[in-house]
Design a protein around this ligand. Structure first.
Ligand code: PMV
Length: 361
């Protein structure tokens, strides 16, 4: 597949109006994407667990219009929202080559999250993938070219579009594990879109749990966009990109064998390496908070005194994703309640688990 294959070649505008609705989840990377080239092409491959409960639900209503300007309104949780508009305007500009009908309709975009807005959980992955899926459903109605009717094209293009909205959003279309970025060990992996991980996955990873500890619900001081840019000319960038390739190849073997000790090593090392890249950028910055480190130390102490396989990962922020096998749910939740919630803002945490991907409503 090349980007050219995603250009909608011919379409009608016979539909005056209509609406489509999707729920799309967030995802948490195990091997992290950090650093990108032009057009949101990743510098290294990544793999993520798709989540189940943390979702964005978006309804797009389209109404035909005469002029050829972009026209859309955004509603967030029922209220008109001007703050989201510039991001969507940029998104439309980036994808219009692939979806020429965007100028033929006015769009009302109605969106809400299942997780609290001010939780510090990034909604860009679920939000951008939900819009991309809605636009794909509209494209499906307007398309006049016979397609080999495969769901693959729909998902691949949805992921391709979501990537242009926010890189990691391309991993939110499907579940349970999604790879984005070319890697020798993963057949069909692509820089252009996420692909479902088709390798063997041991039953140890079935319904893997992710409890998100909300350490800091505030706005981040440094955005992901700026963080990615700081990987240009970063002294350790090339080694890091190579390491991500190796970690992904090794993780593939671990997912098949079910070796949780090895899983923990790669996942925690990836999280700390991501933050080490931030700390060694110029300018340097730190997104972890003191409570992030308190939680990490508590998790390590808990593992040392029990034979639990609980581990942590981080995204570009202070919150901690606590990952553990379903069989440990009871003991780990007990541990979280007794020893970790006091480090969360307002004792707030969200229980989630590995999920199957987006669905149309
Ligand atoms: O998709 P972005 O541009 O917000 O970047 C996200 C990067 C990380 O969350 C830190 C890692 C990842 O692979 O999701």
């Amino acid at each position: 597949m090349t980007a050219q294959d995603f250009i909608l070649k011919s379409y009608h505008t016979n539909f005056e109006t209509g609406s489509v609705k999707w729920a799309s989840p967030s995802n948490i990377a195990l091997v992290k994407y950090w650093g990108k080239k032009k057009d949101q092409i990743p510098e290294n491959p990544s793999i993520s667990f798709t989540l189940s409960n943390c979702k964005t639900i978006t309804e797009v209503t389209y109404t035909k219009k005469e002029d050829k300007e972009f026209s859309f309104d955004v509603y967030f949780e029922g209220e008109k929202n001007e703050a989201f508009k510039p991001k969507i305007q940029t998104f439309f500009e980036r994808i219009e080559t692939y979806m020429p009908f965007l100028r033929d309709y006015h769009f009302k975009i109605d969106t809400s999250n299942t997780f609290p807005h001010s939780s510090g959980i990034a909604s860009s992955a679920s939000g951008m993938s939900a819009i991309a899926l809605c636009l794909m459903s509209i494209e499906d109605k307007l398309n006049t070219v016979e397609r080999s009717s495969d769901i693959n094209y729909f998902n691949q293009k949805a992921s391709f579009l979501a990537r242009l909205g926010s890189g990691s959003a391309c991993r939110s279309i499907e579940g349970e594990l999604v790879v984005w970025g070319e890697n020798e060990s993963i057949a069909d992996s692509s820089d252009l879109f996420g692909v479902k991980f088709e390798g063997d996955v041991h039953s140890n990873f079935k319904n893997y749990q992710d409890t998100i500890l909300l350490v800091d619900k505030g706005e981040k001081q440094v955005s992901s966009t700026v963080g990615h840019q700081l990987m240009y000319g970063h002294p350790f960038a090339q080694e890091r990109f190579k390491q991500a390739h190796d970690n992904l190849a090794n993780l593939k073997t671990i997912l098949a064998s079910g070796n949780l000790n090895e899983f923990v090593k790669i996942v925690e090392s990836e999280a700390l390496t991501l933050h080490a890249m931030m700390m060694t950028s110029m300018p340097y910055f730190i997104l972890m908070k003191p409570n992030t480190l308190e939680i990490i130390n508590k998790i390590w102490a808990f593992r040392a005194k029990t034979d639990s396989k609980v581990c942590f990962t981080l995204d570009a922020g202070a919150n901690v994703h606590v990952l553990y096998p379903e069989s440990e749910t009871e003991i780990v939740l007990e541990f979280i309640k007794n020893e970790l919630v006091s480090y969360c803002q307002n004792e707030h945490y969200i229980c989630d688990q590995i999920g199957l991907g987006a669905n149309q409503i």
